[in-house]
Design a protein around this ligand. Structure first.
Ligand SMILES: Cc1cc2nc3c(=O)[nH]c(=O)nc-3n(C[C@H](O)[C@H](O)[C@H](O)COP(=O)(O)OP(=O)(O)OC[C@H]3O[C@@H](n4cnc5c(N)ncnc54)[C@H](O)[C@@H]3O)c2cc1C
Length: 379
């Protein structure tokens, strides 16, 4: 009797609760509070390989990693997304792209260093106002959910830090949220107005209809050739499908069964799906992971496979005390009701997100007891 073998290949050893990352930037939470080691989430018979997948050879059914080659019967690709720099080059600049735990930790360090440096300058030199202004200007590019959450939480944290530690810097500190569009949260029009009002209430400066065309070392250059100096530029202007898909074998990606068009034993789920009506969020990634797992089972059992259909997901814009939410019925919530809803939604999200591995394991393990399979799972 052959055994089912499931291998989870991941280039990082932990699961990351990304909704909490803005709290790492403000120092409210440590990285250890927003990460969970994969060992704690995945139990035998799922094998964990901490390794980087370089390429898939669908003809030979082999996954080539940095360390080894793994053969598979079915592969689920959930490599996520990477920062979308929108054709700009951030190298040799101090711009921080906001995606991983390290990125948000870097934001926190930059905030502290900038305030310390500005404080020293203010005490020691005259005529250093332009430099102090640049050190105390915090620019977040991209007024989507991540940018809004980061801008509002930084604004609140900076107000507290300056009040308690650097009162003489309070008139210099400014948090600017910038976007090429003429409103915040363009993709969620119901929340755009309420979120803008809350941002203005806490003192975030909005710079809309402003498109970045380049980076200086410590400045942003705009399409109209004007610029904005800042030592603290944080890029939250979107993500794109992982570069992993640039390899020829994967170019033609999946259909609504989440299978690759040509190589039907490869499934593609989560943020790396970009040809289906699907939102890049955790709810969607979890639901697709489950569908891929049940489709593999259906495929082997000779049953009809299921198809992906997008549905409205709840949306929480975590702005600290000023949180705004859109529940699954489409109601806009603000104030206390939004905060209570956010807490419940987050707990539910983390539960289903982190429970995903065991669900797949059970689902696949139960039905495929007599078959040999290697699955490349990475969510
Ligand atoms: C700051 C931030 C806040 C967010 N807040 C929310 C929120 O509040 N609610 C919500 O629903 N969604 C939120 N999201 C979006 C959510 O995190 C993503 O939609 C979700 O993580 C997508 O899951 P995934 O499994 O497709 O990809 P990911 O979670 O990105 O996982 C992909 C994994 O693949 C690994 N990997 C990539 N390439 C390779 C390779 N070649 N070899 C091996 N491993 C590889 C990566 O290291 C990563 O661990 C947020 C995202 C960010 C960045």
């Amino acid at each position: 009797m052959k055994r089912v073998q499931i291998t989870l290949v991941s280039d990082r050893a932990h699961f990351l609760a990304s909704p909490q990352l803005a709290n790492v930037a403000t120092g409210q939470e440590k990285v250890s509070q927003v990460t969970t080691h994969l060992n704690k989430l995945v139990a035998s018979p799922v094998k964990i390989e901490i390794d980087r997948v370089i390429r898939i050879s669908p003809k030979d059914k082999i996954i080539h990693t940095a360390k080894t080659d793994l053969s598979y019967d079915f592969a689920i690709v959930a490599a996520g997304s990477t920062i979308n720099w929108r054709g700009l080059d951030p190298s040799n600049t101090r711009v921080i792209g906001c995606k991983t735990a390290t990125d948000f930790l870097n934001v926190n360090e930059r905030m502290r260093e900038s305030l310390q440096a500005a404080d020293l300058l203010l005490r020691s030199t005259k005529d250093s106002k332009p430099k102090i202004t640049s050190l105390c200007t915090f620019v977040i590019v991209g007024a989507g959910p991540t940018g809004i959450s980061l801008a509002s939480k930084l604004r609140i944290a900076l107000t507290e830090i300056t009040r308690s530690k650097y009162p003489s810097l309070s008139s210099f500190v400014n948090v600017v949220l910038l976007d090429a569009d003429d409103r915040v949260l363009t993709e969620f029009p119901q929340l755009s107005g309420p979120v803008r009002d809350e941002l203005q209430k806490i003192g975030v400066e909005l710079l809309l209809k402003t498109k970045v065309s380049g980076f200086g070392n410590s400045e942003l250059v705009f399409e109209d050739a004007t610029s904005l100096g800042s030592e603290n530029i944080f890029w939250c202007a979107g993500v794109k499908r992982h570069d992993f898909f640039n390899q020829p074998a994967l170019e033609q990606i999946g259909d609504s069964t989440l299978r690759h068009f040509e190589h039907r034993e490869i499934y593609i789920v989560g943020d790396c799906v970009d040809n289906l009506p699907a939102t890049m969020n955790a709810h969607c990634a979890v639901a697709q992971g489950r569908l891929a797992a049940s489709n593999i089972v259906a495929d082997l059992a000779g049953r009809k496979v299921g198809r992906w259909s997008e549905r409205p997901w709840p949306l929480v814009i975590d702005m600290g005390p000023n949180t705004v939410a859109l529940n699954s019925k489409g109601d806009v919530l603000k104030g206390r009701s939004a905060r209570i809803y956010a807490k419940t939604a987050r707990a539910k999200l983390l539960k289903e997100w982190m429970g995903g591995y065991s669900t797949w394991k059970l689902l696949v393990g139960e039905v495929l007891k007599k078959t040999s399979n290697n699955l490349f799972l990475d969510e």
